[in-house]
Design a protein around this ligand. Structure first.
Ligand code: 4AD
Ligand code: MG
Length: 461
């Protein structure tokens, strides 16, 4: 059995040979004596054109096969230098492995993204989603490769956790439905309302705090896993379940953190452009016309760097009227982030040193006592792609912040111990994986870069 990928990558090896392929019908058309099938076998974005004629004993049957039917085809690969496709397969034998029916919902016409979300089990068979999910897979590999090549240790942080890494309370509680069968602990009777074996737990919002413990042992580490946020934001950029990559580096400051983030983003873009050329061509032609130009420009220029204070001044001086008002101390909203990166700076830009009031407890206090060493990377089309910071490594200052924000010091006892036993400067960030895929593909809605999105009203599959 030959894979269609191999035909496209190395046609010389197969032209004029007899081969056997298997795949699904994407389109089919025929006249009285011959027909064409566009076959996709899942190994490559492009389809293989099959030509068949009434020399086949089951011609009448094949001609009637509907879209999505699965076939096994033996034939000779013929070069077609003057046609749209570089070669086609002249079929000698076609065996139907599984029939489909005309009710198959992905008939050859334009479907809306909203409709395709209702058939999440079938949409991977469309061109758009075949491209999206192949890019998603390649980008995940690129991220591992980037960090592994640099000696980072991959750490698996827990999904079920007792701590709130962001201190923002946006967590989903973990409960059991099987209260009667909870293991009994005689000395310490479990409270069934706090029922992770007697402890109140949540789904993790971030693996950062646990990653910090590993950074202070392994120096350079990263996480790559699912995270959950009970945010009530029904937007194109928020999901309740999303994947996050969180590197954490010891003996490093905010500047080191920014160069790591810039190198990583550029590496992922370069890797995907190189390994998914057909998919990227498709996105550039069909989803977002400026995509390729924008991405190549990003590879060939430096990211911008501005302070929060400069960014706020630039927004105020722009004269633009925003839905949410801009003033020093205001949290930047998506509309502000996009304006900064799309209109003012026109490229990816790091915004650093945010007011401490709008950032998390663990960020390092700057000398001005008003701002913290935070960094957000904003990119055109998406807004916030990365959020990170240098961490507060000074025990007393960290405790002050935890108290100031009304958090419970005891909950963070192990995190605080990192500052007692050989504390060091360290920094890290979180890359939202889905937002990276949106940036790479030009797809406009986070629901369309996740195989089975978990957002408000989307949990059917
Ligand atoms: O800015 P956030 O909340 O930062 C953290 O979680 C830190 N603990 C990261 C760190 O320093 N290790 O989230 C990081 C990134 C955001 O920039 C965004 O790309 C993505 O995660 N993100 C979301 N993506 C999709 N849906 C959501 N609801 C998201 N919330 C954050
Ligand atoms: Mg953030």
């Amino acid at each position: 059995n030959t894979l269609i990928r191999d035909l496209f990558l190395k046609p010389e090896a197969y032209i004029e040979s007899e081969i056997k392929v298997s795949g699904w019908i994407r389109t089919t058309r025929s006249s009285k004596t011959f027909g064409f099938i566009e076959l996709n076998d899942g190994t490559y974005f492009n389809n293989l054109q099959i030509v068949f004629d009434d020399g086949l004993e089951n011609f009448a049957d094949i001609e009637k096969c509907s879209i999505a039917s699965s076939l096994i085809i033996t034939g000779t690969l013929i070069a077609t230098p003057n046609a749209k496709q570089p070669f086609e397969l002249k079929a000698k034998e076609i065996v139907v492995e599984g029939y489909s029916t005309p009710e198959f919902p992905l008939q050859k016409k334009r479907h809306t993204m909203e409709y395709l979300r209702t058939i999440a089990h079938l949409r991977p068979r469309s061109n758009t989603f075949s491209a999206v999910f192949r890019v998603r897979s390649a980008a995940a590999f690129a991220i591992h490769k980037f960090f592994q090549d640099r000696g980072f240790v991959y750490v698996h942080t827990p999904i079920v956790t007792g701590s709130d890494a962001e201190g923002a309370g946006q967590m989903f509680r973990v409960t059991t439905l099987d209260l009667e069968n909870l293991p009994v602990d005689d000395e310490n009777k479990f409270d069934p309302t706090q029922d992770f074996f007697g402890k109140e737990t949540n789904l993790t919002v971030s693996g950062q705090l646990e990653a910090e413990t590993f950074a202070l042992a392994f120096r350079d580490v990263y996480t790559f896993g699912p995270t959950f946020r009970a945010e009530n934001s029904n937007t194109k950029r928020h999901a309740a379940e999303f994947w996050m990559i969180e590197p954490e580096i010891a003996f490093a400051d905010l500047t080191d953190n920014m160069s790591l983030a810039e190198d990583m983003v550029k590496y992922i873009i370069a890797y995907v452009l190189e390994t998914c050329p057909e998919e990227m061509k498709f996105f550039n032609e069909r989803i977002d016309k400026g995509l390729m130009d924008r991405l190549s420009h990003v590879l060939n220029s430096d990211f911008g760097k501005v302070t929060y204070t400069e960014a706020v001044d630039a927004l105020i001086n722009s004269g633009e009227v925003f839905e949410y008002p801009v003033f020093w101390g205001a949290d930047l909203q998506t509309e502000h982030e996009r304006y900064l990166t799309e209109v003012i700076y026109k490229k990816p830009v790091f915004v650093i040193n945010y007011p401490k009031e709008i950032k998390s407890f663990y960020m390092r206090m700057n000398e001005d006592q008003k701002t913290v060493a935070a960094m957000d990377l904003l990119v055109p089309g998406v807004g916030e792609l990365i959020g990170g910071s240098q961490r507060e490594e000074r025990l007393d200052l960290l405790i002050d912040r935890i108290k100031e924000l009304g958090l419970n010091e005891e909950d963070y006892w192990w995190y605080l111990e990192l500052r007692k036993f050989g504390t060091t400067r360290h920094a890290g960030y979180g890359l939202g994986f889905e937002r990276m895929i949106m940036y790479l593909t030009g797809m406009g809605n986070i629901r369309d870069v996740i195989p089975f999105p978990r957002t408000v009203k989307n949990a059917e599959f």
